[in-house]
Write a protein that binds this ligand. Structure first.
Ligand SMILES: Cc1cc2nc3c(=O)[nH]c(=O)nc-3n(C[C@H](O)[C@H](O)[C@H](O)COP(=O)(O)OP(=O)(O)OC[C@H]3O[C@@H](n4cnc5c(N)ncnc54)[C@H](O)[C@@H]3O)c2cc1C
Length: 340
């Protein structure tokens, strides 16, 4: 293997069967921004088999280097050989920082890598910064979501972080200017500690949450599966996507893909309406700069009222049907007017 690479910030760009997880590219965009402040270079790390097309695609996002571990034994994801490939490259080329998406694969790989490399890991970050002396600062909601901790790991390298999908904007592709560097892997079949026998894909509901202009989100205060219909009716009246906090997902009222927040998805709507949601940081960090934020809660002291533009104090079982009715009547009146 060559003995030197230029890049100090590495991004693991996850792919499965040729499909690149967007979070990897979002992190490339952020890494280029952070590294640019220190005139550092950025590498994407690709692991898998037959990665030619993906390598070209990743290069088009402006990285300086793509480090590629390509081997038939890496064709299906398995943590042991993946860790072995990345760990070997890190030990040899010693980056300052290593970023991964907080996906199923990223959250499986990152702690194993950090433990093997005896370095720290900030998990499920919702923001990243870099100091002039190269310290990576990771923002992580902590203590039940009531505080936003800023974590750094200055003494050991690489500084590792996993970041939630959707936290950073997707960059635009531009010119290929980087070079491709192979990572030599010396894998034996026994390195693959488990074999993928079959892949069953679960069809997630197409909620369109991440791109929705209006989001109506429901929380634990909704109370029952039957009353979850109130949230869905309001969303339907507004042509909005339905989101949720964690409790409705745990209860089975909403799908896990509808969970907004630190462990869920990030939304960027123009209008967000939170129904029966208390306002834990774990949820709020998943709502990026709405133009208008409305909260409906029976507790006048609910924390969400400190974050919203319009707060409605009341029982959601009365407020929400009334609001839905008023919106429907207004929409009907508007469409009658335009028909005339
Ligand atoms: C590591 C970690 C990660 C997490 N990640 C996430 C995440 O990504 N997303 C997420 O959402 N949570 C996440 N959580 C959970 C999070 O901390 C909160 O527990 C959760 O967001 C609370 O949801 P809630 O506001 O719906 O429920 P609650 O906090 O129980 O609030 C319910 C609200 O409903 C109001 N209410 C009750 N009845 C009515 C009524 N009839 N009318 C009007 N209002 C009513 C109450 O006043 C209350 O304010 C995470 C937790 C941990 C530890």
């Amino acid at each position: 293997m060559i003995d030197h690479v230029d890049s100090k910030v590495w991004v693991f760009v996850e792919q499965r069967h040729g499909h690149v997880a967007e979070v990897g590219l979002e992190l490339v965009g952020k890494a280029l921004e952070l590294a640019g402040l220190l005139e550092w270079k950025v590498a994407a790390v690709l692991v898998g088999h037959q990665l030619g097309e993906i390598t070209e695609r990743v290069l088009s996002y402006g990285v300086d280097e793509v480090l590629v571990a390509d081997d038939p034994l890496l064709a299906e994801y398995c943590n042991e050989p993946y860790v072995k490939a990345i760990e070997g490259a890190v030990r040899l080329w010693q980056p300052e920082a290593l970023l991964l998406g907080a996906t199923a694969m990223g959250t499986d790989l990152a702690p194993r890598l950090a433990a093997r490399l005896r370095t720290g890991l900030s998990a499920h970050c919702i923001d990243l910064k870099i100091t002039p002396d190269g310290q990576l600062l990771s923002a992580v909601p902590g203590w039940g979501g009531s505080v936003l901790a800023q974590i750094s790991c200055p003494r050991t390298k690489p500084q590792c972080a996993t970041v939630m999908p959707g936290v950073f904007a997707m960059p635009e592709p531009g010119d290929n200017r980087g070079r491709v560097i192979p990572i030599e892997v010396h894998l034996q079949p026994e390195d693959v500690t488990y074999r993928v026998v079959e892949v069953k894909r679960e069809e997630a509901p197409k909620s369109g949450l991440q791109t929705a202009e209006i989001v109506v989100a429901g929380g634990w205060g909704v109370g029952t599966k039957a009353d979850w219909g109130l949230v869905e009716d309001l969303a339907a009246a507004l042509n909005a996507a339905v989101g949720a906090t964690r409790p409705p997902v745990d209860e089975g009222w909403a799908h896990e893909k509808q969970m907004i927040g630190q462990s869920g998805i990030t939304v960027r709507p123009k209008l967000y309406i939170g129904v029966g949601i208390s306002g834990h940081m774990h949820h709020l960090v998943g709502i990026k700069k709405p133009e208008l934020m409305v909260a409906i809660n029976s507790d006048p002291n609910a924390a969400i009222f400190d974050h919203c533009d319009i707060g409605i104090v009341g029982d959601l079982k009365e407020v929400v049907p009334g609001l839905t009715r008023a919106i429907r009547e207004h929409s009907e009146a508007v469409s009658k007017k335009t028909e005339r």
